[in-house]
Design a protein around this ligand. Structure first.
Ligand code: DAH
Length: 337
């Protein structure tokens, strides 16, 4: 056995692998389960007891030596394969990162929030799954009243629905805080409508309201004029048309002078020179009472607008469905905004 050990040892010393494969074959020949060294270990049990100590030591040395040699040669091959830092051309231009773009709805919502926050409106939030009280009853839509049909509702279960408007947030805020309050509630709303270029089953609104002891319709008008000029340009005019909402009295719908033709008449404003952008009014005293706010002492105005509508006017878009199709050819156009 000693001779065999010697033989393998000199084989190891002489070995020079020319390729990685040759090195691997050499490892298998010596160290695999049936390899030369493993066989010697198997035969170790036949060595006489007096020799066991010496032979055992030599066997271990042999195995270590084989492993060392193989590792050293392996490292050489790996180094040769790795081109290292010298192969990197530091003068090459880097790969550019493509920037994403904000969604047009987010851009316009942000702008609306900025405009109103400059005059003291703070943000409020409410749930998208809403109960009957906050979405309808407290807002003066009596049960079984036809006014509820103004908004086609997605009902979830008894007493719960997807909110049809952000006016529900008015109620939540009036219930939980005390006047004076000046709040803005942006959010997503849902209606059971067939999807078309002009309608969708979900869209975005921004609700605003102001409650204090001496709030008047003139304050509402001035606030909305300020907003319209900031949003659509200094030359913008507004007009208020009488309308009906259960939670405001009096109620109005507001038009702005057409931002495309400047009021002369075009396709967008259907030759009228005006386009409607929001609903508004003085908060009905019974809504204040529903929320335990003293309607003899306090008054308020409220307004609600569709973010899609304003975005379409601002960017001259004709199809509401573009907002939810995720077409990058559309979305990329808002990169620089
Ligand atoms: N909630 C109404 C809608 O979705 C919009 C609205 C009208 C909100 C008048 C108001 C308001 O706050 O005063 O059609």
């Amino acid at each position: 056995m000693q001779e065999k050990i010697q033989e393998i040892l000199s084989e190891i010393e002489q070995f020079q692998a020319s390729t990685k494969e040759a090195l691997e074959n050499f490892r298998i020949k010596l160290l695999s389960k049936k390899g030369d060294i493993s066989i010697l270990f198997d035969n170790f049990k036949n060595v006489s007891p007096e020799q066991k100590r010496e032979v055992g030591q030599k066997l271990n040395e042999l195995k270590n030596r084989a492993q060392e040699k193989i590792n050293a040669q392996k490292e050489k091959f790996e180094q040769a394969e790795d081109p290292g830092i010298a192969a990197i051309d530091l003068s090459l231009p880097g790969e550019s990162i493509t920037l994403g773009s904000r969604h047009p709805i987010s851009l316009v919502r942000k702008q609306i929030i900025e405009i109103f926050s400059r005059i003291g409106f703070i943000l409020a939030e409410g749930p998208e799954i809403e109960d009957d009280w906050h979405n309808f009853t407290a807002l003066n839509f009596p049960e079984n009243h036809p006014a509820r049909d103004m908004q086609d509702t997605f009902f979830i279960s008894d007493g719960l629905a997807l909110r049809t408007h952000t006016s529900s947030v008015q109620i939540r805020m009036m219930e939980s805080s005390k006047p004076p309050m000046r709040m803005l509630a942006p959010g997503r709303v849902y209606r059971n409508e067939a999807i078309s270029a002009r309608a969708h089953c979900f869209f975005h609104q921004v609700e605003g309201f102001y409650i204090d002891t001496n709030v008047s319709f003139a304050d509402l008008k001035q606030t909305l004029l300020y907003f319209s000029k900031e949003m659509f340009g200094e030359e913008t005019k507004i007009r208020l048309r009488p309308s009906y909402f259960p939670f405001t009295e009096p109620s109005a719908e507001m038009d702005i002078s057409c931002n495309i033709c400047g009021g002369k008449g075009c396709n967008v404003c259907k030759q009228t020179g005006w386009v409607e952008i929001l609903g508004c009014g003085m908060i009905d005293p019974s809504v204040l009472d529903n929320c335990k706010i003293d309607s003899k002492k306090y008054r308020g105005f409220a307004f609600g607008m569709g973010v899609e509508r304003i975005t379409m006017l601002k960017y001259q878009l004709k199809d509401l469905r573009l907002f939810s199709e995720n077409d990058v050819r559309f979305l990329n156009q808002f990169k620089s905004v």
